[in-house]
Design a protein. Sequence first.
Length: 152
Amino acid sequence: MRVTTWTEYSLIISLHLAKRGRTGIGPVAARELADIERLPADYVEQILLRLRRAGLVESVRGAKGGYYLGKAPSTISVRDVMTASEHQTFEVNCEFHPVDAARCSPGGTCSIRPVWHALQQRVDELLAGISLADLMKEESQVQELVGISSAN
């Protein structure tokens, strides 16, 4: 698994909108959000479009328009954001880039593939169990939530 820049930016954007919603501030323009978070504006616009298509973000047109979170932060998981922006959380490489057509085909036998599928399932379960509301907490609280001691 590789966490891409696209995924990182998507979470930063979603978290920004979650925090903004908590304070009662209205929608934010994509360019303003990009400036505040120091992210490339073209990335922000593309990511917001994907998040909007997935129903995680809403938009308002007009002079005071912009984007806001479409659901409560407690109902949006890290997995939701990742799949909205990347269409998946974990790519099983042999399924997308087969090394050997016979071994890597769905009917082929490969003792490695079950390991990747088990890892994918565990990653998805972890990411689905962490909400944007959780990410709005202090880092030490998030570490505790995911089972990492703060000494690591």
